[in-house]
Write a protein that binds this ligand. Structure first.
Ligand code: FES
Length: 168
């Protein structure tokens, strides 16, 4: 073999070059593979969950609502109702196909714009196709004096009213 190098130095340089290129290509390939493994490893280790907003929401101070009002909070899809008995919250999500219903003050009803269901201010169904009333949602007065609604907890209608001191 060493005699071959002496006989053909170009061939020996070419072989050395090939080795260097081979090592370079190999190192580059390993680097790319390692980077790919890191990316996929990070993706694999990160939790595969959907981050949904909390069902517990603050709907403001009680003073904001006048007696007899039905107020849609479109941010959270809830109605805040201030009745003579106190405050309560209703889901504004229509029980037919999930459209956001609105309060029609002139008619005194909650109406769904999609297929025409109507509800009383306590959520009871007046006209379909909604198959069920709008559910009452758990509500309480937080330590900070704000009304809080838990959209994941329903209550039997008329079972709880929140009492809050207001000046309005
Ligand atoms: S979604 Fe409300 S009536 Fe159909």
């Amino acid at each position: 073999m060493p005699e071959d190098h002496k006989q053909n130095p170009d061939h020996a340089n070419g072989a050395a070059l090939d080795r260097r290129q081979f090592v370079k290509i190999g190192a580059t390939s390993l680097g790319v593979a390692g980077l790919g493994a890191c990316v996929f490893g990070f993706r694999y280790l990160s939790p595969n969950v959907l981050y949904e907003p909390s069902p517990i929401v603050s709907v403001g101070r009680p003073e904001r609502y006048t007696v007899g009002s039905v107020t849609l909070d479109p941010r959270f899809g809830v109605f805040v109702v201030r009745a003579a008995e106190g405050f309560y919250a209703l889901s504004a999500v229509c029980t037919h196909l999930g459209c956001l219903s609105t309060w029609k003050a002139d008619a005194g009803v909650i109406a769904c714009p999609c297929h025409g269901s109507t509800f009383r201010r306590d959520g009871a169904t007046i006209a379909g196709p909604a198959p069920a009333p709008l559910p009452w949602l758990k509500m309480w007065l937080g330590d900070d004096g704000y009304l809080v609604v838990d959209r994941s907890t329903t209550l039997p209608p008329h079972s709880e009213y929140v009492q809050a001191e207001t000046h309005g």
